[in-house]
Design a protein around this ligand. Structure first.
Ligand SMILES: NC(=O)c1ccc[n+]([C@@H]2O[C@H](COP(=O)([O-])OP(=O)(O)OC[C@H]3O[C@@H](n4cnc5c(N)ncnc54)[C@H](O)[C@@H]3O)[C@@H](O)[C@H]2O)c1
Length: 446
């Protein structure tokens, strides 16, 4: 078959395959209530920076009532009340009496879905309690910290019939969705390799100014920095892996098989502390565990390889470092530069401009909701991720990013940790679908 014919064949073949893409369904048996007239009640656990973003978007969505929210920080509670008042929405009851106040909130009957945006160590505990209370759960990234927690999410969702969505907003980035379309329509032929990562200097997030983290600090410095002190792992894999996993149909005809991870030395946080606080600052003597650059290579059941990078402890520009490569072409797309090469169309050995491809393969969701998305967080993608959870609750269906995605993507953290600790030895992903990945069909983003 010549190149053009092969590409045409692949495009036709995948377009025919695309006909098999399903709208996600849920067995009605597991559902505790019927949603009347498209009205849903949404509640929140954790209304810090991220939780308040979701809350604002949810409050502005037609048919959504915010009935309750929970946060242990009185400042976060006050700010949340202010948002609801500014938007002219009814007051919601606040639960802030201790770290387990969320359990009391979950006893309410007037909650259909709960958005969880707390520090990582709370995610699974809160999502499990939410599902056990008969409510849809949505949990920020990453969803779980250990393999046991990944299984807790899956087991609880299956036992209760309650969905658990991972709130991976990067799956909704405009270029990511266009490349997803290109992959599905065979532009790159058969996919062989992909690259992604979270390369974002978090130095001024991990430490307050003046230098502080942990108890008494504010924002993510209160909790996130401790993970770099105690664990040598890629503890934030899903912004990169989520989008690539959907392109490769992970858990739906394909699955993550094993990974090997390698960590560089850990000197970035010490260097930052010494620059800001001097070489005698007590933090400069801390034994930081997390390697500054952690590189994991994943092998999938269908034979693709994926390189995932974690790089947050050094000064550097923001980059998710995406690349997707197949038998007919390749694209590199990052926030500040995008390029593409398609065999037979691009000039031989030279990159082509991405813009025309972006326009041609722009996802229907973006075309439809461009105006509404504009101005919402992270270039518009946050609009879509909050919307998908609310729609899943309204329509009583599984979200497109489901509990198996939450478990598989989040499991990179403990698996990378084990691999690094054992000299980059291979670590096998549990099959969270219990074999069902062989027959589960891809689902549409709509
Ligand atoms: N998807 C994204 O782009 C994105 C962006 C930022 C943060 N996040 C994720 O969102 C989550 C929250 O991050 P953030 O930046 O809002 O952090 P944050 O520290 O600003 O907010 C966390 C909130 O949780 C509250 N909290 C802690 N323990 C609690 C408990 N037991 N009960 C109730 N409330 C509790 C804190 O008081 C705080 O208000 C994290 O998982 C983070 O990784 C995702």
């Amino acid at each position: 078959m010549n190149t053009t014919n092969r590409r045409t064949f692949l495009r036709t073949a995948t377009a025919a395959g695309a006909g098999m893409i399903l709208t996600p369904q849920i067995s009605k048996a597991g559902l505790s209530k019927k949603i009347k007239d498209g009205e849903v009640n949404i509640a929140f656990i954790g209304v810090g920076g991220r939780g308040r973003g979701h809350l604002r978007r949810a409050a502005m969505t037609e048919g959504v009532k915010i009935t309750a929210f929970c946060d242990i920080d009185p400042i976060a509670v006050t700010k949340t009340r202010k948002i609801l008042a500014e938007l002219g929405k009814p007051e919601a009851e606040a639960y802030s009496d201790g770290e387990y106040a969320f359990e009391k909130m979950l006893q309410r009957d007037d909650i259909d879905g709960v958005i969880i945006a707390t520090p990582w160590l709370w995610h699974t505990r809160m999502a499990v309690a939410t599902m056990k209370a008969g409510k849809y759960a949505a949990v920020e990234v990453s969803a779980a910290n250990t393999i046991e927690e990944c299984w807790d999410l899956v087991n609880t969702s299956e036992e209760t019939g309650m969905p658990c969505m991972i709130l991976e907003n990067v799956n909704y980035r405009r270029d990511v969705m266009a490349v997803l379309n290109m992959v599905k329509q065979g532009v790159f032929g058969e996919i062989v390799h992909a690259r992604c990562g979270y390369r974002h200097s978090l130095l001024n997030i991990k430490f307050n100014d003046p230098l502080k983290f942990g108890k008494g600090a504010t924002g993510e410095a209160r909790w996130r920095t401790l993970h770099s002190l105690k664990r040598n792992a890629d503890n934030y894999p899903t912004h990169g892996l989520g989008p690539i996993a959907k392109m490769l149909d992970i858990n739906r005809g394909n699955r993550l098989l094993y990974l090997t991870s390698t960590a560089s030395k850990a000197v970035g946080l010490k260097d930052y502390v010494e620059e800001k606080g001097g070489v005698n600052h007590p933090y400069a003597r801390l034994p930081w565990k997390q390697g500054d650059v952690i590189t994991s290579t994943i092998k999938t059941a269908n034979g693709e390889t994926i390189i995932v990078t974690h790089d947050c402890n050094l000064p550097r520009p923001y980059s998710l470092n995406f690349s997707v490569q197949g038998t007919d072409g390749i694209t590199d797309f990052d926030s500040d530069h995008r390029r593409i090469y398609v065999e037979g169309i691009s000039e031989e050995h030279k990159w082509s401009e991405f813009k025309a491809w972006q326009d041609k393969y722009d996802h229907p969701l973006w075309k439809k909701y461009e105006e509404q998305a504009a101005g919402s967080g992270h270039g518009g993608m946050d609009f879509f991720v909050t919307r998908e959870f609310i729609n899943a609750v309204k329509e009583q269906r599984q979200p497109v990013l489901d509990v198996y995605d939450a478990a598989a993507w989040s499991s990179v953290t403990p698996l990378s940790e084990a691999s690094i600790a054992q000299g980059s030895s291979p670590q096998y992903f549990p099959d969270f679908t219990r074999g069902n990945w062989i027959k589960r069909k891809p689902v549409k983003f709509e």
